[in-house]
Structures are given as structure tokens and as C-alpha cells.
Design a protein around this ligand. Structure first.
Ligand code: C2O
Ligand code: CU
Length: 550
């Protein structure tokens, strides 16, 4: 493969992605950052300069497995020390599979300030994709808050607890529209920025198409909180790829997408070419007040700013609490015939991870098997490799099946108090592991949320989804062992469970967590180690914090 070199500078700039001015992280002046385009087998080299005044950074290559380079996974506290202001850090890794991936900050809750972008990997010419299209376009979706990362993070870590709330806007390719007149009702002292509806930063995203042509839309979501539905007026979307794996094609009107997921859909420009159409993305799974984001599908040669003749609200949006339809889409996703990679028949170990909301010493937290995650100052990868036995709690083994028989998932946690630990799960190298993600009631009565879980360093087979409590003797009989899709991010629905299987065949230390920024920040994650003795010498560039030395 080729070597593709990039020089990036990350910094904060004043921008108005939804017309409201605030600090936004840019990569070489761009938000979202530049798209990395490569071919399978290429080596990507990103020389990253931290030009923040006062913040550290680390960048994760979401969906890239980092085979042989676990130290470049970009997770602060797990695989590397943070990159300090003024420092330059070089990431170098191979993109070993074709598909659609993303990159984003993995330092605190920094991702939601804008350090995001997409990675497109094309297959070798000898292995063409099983679908055809004329043009390839990115559609990166995010939600957007007007408060700074520090303000939100501090609120989550305070007593009393201050929830981040619903986002102010949704963005399509970094563009949205906040209704500036909403701020006229707010005392001016509370308005820190400028809201200007005619700022060009917030002009609508326009996707121009040539009548009759087929477009591959690579849709990715890096929302902080929201689950989304994406739709284009008058057009169907044919799903052909999910998280870098080919999907047996199926057609939808509303594409549901959770934070951390990518989908490729084919869009045929086969409608009346004399007009433009509305593109919308809207929040599902939470009763949010955030308005949908709106973009325009422009049929060439109509003027891109020409308003579609229909009202903006013409797209039929799903009900926020229609869990059924979302589950149906998840169940429709199967590996494409001819590209099926069947999972091992059996697993060596089953880990049931119960997701609960709790309190720890009066602080509101999320827990997994009653343990709320936080990481040590010395990154795990370095601690394990250099045998720094007091860098974290080596003796604590998190429970693999916490009270699964007796726990009532429909009730508020009886014992609301969880513990906190930086202990990790150590998996036998090359073993096959099943993980059952079990959702439960939060600390509020009759409430359970949606959690998109993301695994670093591996893809997993999605064996099944279920409503209610997982039944360890019955439910595995209904697993899809024939043509399950492989993914790196999967949703767990309210009061439901999701079962996945993976081979612990990538030596390193890997994060597995809810992709909702505030949930992970509040402890909703675990760490898996396997094959640490097979990891070769660590580069000194990842050192420098905690007990590590350069
Ligand atoms: Cu995209 Cu650990 O996340
Ligand atoms: Cu979550």
C-alpha cells in the first residue's frame, strides 16, 4: 500500500455552525475536519499539532482496528498520554479493510467541541464492492451545544448534579440553524455569544445531484447524546454498508443512526428534476425539543438556494418513542450474501454487562455491573506492558455476571450505590467472547435510555436483540449464527438487551463504552485486555504522564 501523509493543526476558533458563535475545534481551519481518503492496505501518517491554548488532546480512529499498532488507538488514559499544547504527535497505522470510518477526539468530552471527521477506505481494484454508484458523498451528523465542554463536564461531576440537557441544534456536515430569536427572550447577560441568522457558517448544507445518477452517501453519526433519524423527501435510501461491512441491501425511508455508527446508502436521483427537496435529520429515542436539522437536495441545474416548493416539515419524522421501528431496522441488517463471515459456533466465555444509573458518594454516575468506570493517570497499555503494578487496581476483577438472575431491570436500582474502579477485564488471547449488554431502569421511575456501545480494536458479530431481561437458557437459541452483520457500534434499546460475539485476537488494551459522551464521562464503559505479551515495544511518544517516563 501507499503511505499517505497528513499534517494537521488542531485549534479552537470562533465559528457559528448553527448561527450562534462559540468556540469550535477545527482541523487545519476546517469543521468538520478534512476527510481521509485511502485504499485498503495504505498506511496513514497524521502529524498532529496541538495548537490549543490550554487543552490536551488525543485522536481516535473510530472503526480502524489498529492491528499491530494498539498504541495509536488514540484513547487518552488507555493507550496513550495526552498530547500537550504545543506538542506534535505522529499517528501511524494501516487501514486494513474498505469501508466508512470516522475520527474524533478521545480526550474527556472534547469530541463534542468539534474534533470530528470521516475516513473513506476503498477496496483494492481486484475486489470491487458489490454495488455501483456514480458519486461518493459524506454526510456527517452531530448534535450541538452552546455550552462549553468544561461547563458541561463540571456540571456532570458536581453535587448537585447538572445534566447537560438536550442539544441546541443538530448539524448536517457541520451546519445547522438555531433560531436566534429564541435568545431575545433570554436576559442579555446570559447570552455570551452572537447569534446571527445570516452568518455564512450556518448556511444550509446543499447536496447537489445530477438527475439519473446514483450517489453513495456515507452517513456517520458522532452525536454527543442524540440518536437520529435521517430522511430525504421523496426518496428511498438503500442500505449497503454498516461500520465497514457489506449489508444485504434493504430500503428505508427513515434511516436510524446512533452515535458511533456509519452507514452507506445508495440514493438514486430519480424524482422530478425540476425542483429541490428537503433533507432532514431529527432526534429519536429521547423526547427532545431540539428542532430537526435541514439541508437541501439540489437537482442540477436548479439553483442550489432555490427553496423546495413544499414546506420544510414535509419529511415524515418517526415518533421519538417508536422503539419498534428502530429495532426492526436493526434486525433487518444482515451480512451481504457472498461476504458472510460466520461467527465461531460457540464462545469460550459469556460476560453479561448490566447497564445501570447509580450514585457513587452522592455523585450521579452510570455503572456496568455496579462498577463505574474511570481511568488512571497512567495509561493501561503502558502500565501493563511495563508492569507498573501500582498504576491501577490490578487485583480487582470486575464482575462478569452481576446478579443477573435477581436484578429487576424494570425497577429503579434497589441499592442505588455503585462502586468505582479502574480494574479491567483480562481476556484470554484468541478466545471467543460473548457480551450481553443488558439495559435497565434508570434512577427515574419508568425510564430506560438507548445506549450505543462501541468496541475498540475489533469488530463483533451482532447475534441478537431482545426486549426485557436476557434469558441465558432460551435467548441464545434465537441467535443469528448464519449471517449476522459485523459492526463496531451497536445500540441497546430501552429495557432491552443486545448480544454480540468477538474474537479477542488483537493484542492490546481496548476500550468498550457507551458512545454517548456524557454517559462515558459518567462511567459507562469497561476496558478489555488481551495478548499484552504479544504487544511489541511501545513508542516513547505515547509516554510522559503518570508513572511513565519518556
Ligand atoms: Cu468513537 Cu471510544 O469512540
Ligand atoms: Cu449511554
Amino acid at each position: 500500500g501507499k503511505i499517505r501523509r497528513f499534517k494537521w493543526e488542531v485549534k479552537y476558533e470562533f465559528k457559528s455552525p448553527d448561527c450562534f458563535e462559540k468556540l469550535v475545534i477545527t482541523v487545519n481551519g476546517k469543521f468538520p475536519g478534512p476527510t481521509i481518503k485511502a485504499q485498503q492496505g495504505d498506511t496513514i501518517v497524521v502529524e498532529l499539532k496541538n495548537s490549543f491554548m490550554t487543552e490536551n488532546v488525543a485522536v481516535h480512529w473510530h472503526g480502524i482496528r489498529q492491528i499491530g499498532t494498539p498504541w495509536f488507538d488514540g484513547v487518552e488514559g488507555v493507550t496513550q498520554c495526552p498530547i500537550l499544547p504545543g506538542e506534535v504527535f505522529t499517528y501511524q497505522f494501516v487501514v486494513d479493510r474498505p469501508g466508512t470510518y470516522m475520527y474524533h477526539s478521545h480526550y474527556g468530552m472534547q469530541r463534542e467541541s468539534g474534533l470530528i471527521g470521516m475516513i473513506q477506505v476503498s477496496p483494492p481494484v481486484t475486489e470491487p464492492e458489490p454495488f455501483t454508484y456514480d458519486y461518493d458523498r459524506n454526510v456527517l451528523l452531530t448534535d450541538w451545544y452552546h455550552k462549553s465542554m468544561s461547563e458541561k463536564a463540571t456540571g456532570l461531576a458536581s453535587i448537585p448534579f447538572k445534566w447537560v440537557g438536550e442539544p441546541q441544534s443538530l448539524l448536517i456536515q457541520g451546519r445547522g440553524r438555531f433560531n436566534c430569536s429564541n435568545y431575545l427572550t433570554t436576559p442579555p447577560s446570559l447570552v455570551s455569544g452572537v447569534c446571527n441568522a445570516s452568518n455564512t457558517d450556518c448556511s444550509r448544507f446543499v447536496l447537489t445531484v445530477i438527475p439519473g445518477k446514483t450517489y453513495r452517501l456515507r452517513i456517520g453519526s458522532l452525536t454527543a447524546l442524540s440518536a437520529l433519524s435521517f430522511q430525504i423527501e421523496g426518496h428511498n435510501l438503500t442500505v449497503v454498508e454498516a461500520d465497514g461491512h457489506y449489508v444485504e441491501p434493504f430500503t428505508v425511508k427513515n434511516l436510524f443512526i446512533y452515535s458511533g455508527e456509519t452507514y452507506s446508502v445508495l440514493l438514486k436521483a430519480d424524482q422530478n428534476p425540476k425542483r429541490n427537496y428537503w433533507i432532514t435529520t431529527s432526534i429519536v429515542s429521547r423526547p427532545a425539543t431540539t428542532p430537526p436539522a435541514i439541508a437541501v437536495l439540489n437537482y442540477y441545474p436548479n439553483h442550489p438556494r432555490r427553496r423546495p416548493p413544499t414546506p420544510e416539515s414535509s419529511n415524515l419524522l418517526p415518533e421519538w418513542n417508536d422503539t419498534r421501528s428502530r429495532l426492526e431496522q436493526s434486525l433487518a441488517i444482515k451480512a451481504r450474501r457472498g461476504f458472510i463471515h460466520a461467527p465461531p459456533e460457540n464462545s469460550d466465555k459469556v460476560i453479561v454487562l448490566l447497564n445501570t444509573q447509580n450514585e457513587v458518594n452522592g455523585y450521579r454516575r452510570w455503572s456496568v455491573n455496579n462498577v463505574s468506570y474511570h481511568h488512571p493517570k497512567t495509561p493501561y497499555l503502558i502500565a501493563l506492558k511495563q508492569n507498573l503494578t501500582n498504576a491501577f487496581d490490578w487485583r480487582f476483577t470486575p464482575p462478569e455476571n452481576y446478579d443477573s438472575r435477581n436484578y429487576d431491570i424494570f425497577a429503579r436500582p434497589i441499592n442505588a450505590n455503585a462502586t468505582t474502579s479502574d480494574g479491567i477485564y483480562r481476556l484470554r488471547f484468541n478466545s471467543t467472547v460473548d457480551v450481553i449488554l443488558q439495559n435497565a431502569n434508570t434512577m427515574n421511575a419508568n425510564n430506560s435510555e438507548t445506549h450505543p456501545w462501541h468496541l475498540h480494536g475489533h469488530d463483533f458479530w451482532v447475534l441478537g436483540y431482545g426486549e426485557g431481561k436476557f434469558n441465558e437458557s432460551e435467548d441464545p437459541k434465537r441467535y443469528n449464527r448464519v449471517d449476522p452483520i459485523m459492526k463496531n457500534t451497536v445500540a441497546v434499546q430501552p429495557f432491552g438487551w443486545t448480544a454480540l460475539r468477538f474474537r479477542a485476537d488483537n493484542p492490546g488494551v481496548w476500550s468498550f463504552h457507551c458512545h454517548i459522551e456524557s454517559h462515558f464521562f459518567m462511567g459507562m464503559g469497561v476496558v478489555f485486555e488481551s495478548g499484552i505479551n504479544k504487544v511489541s515495544n511501545l513508542p516513547s511518544s505515547i509516554m510522559g504522564c503518570g508513572q511513565t517516563k519518556r
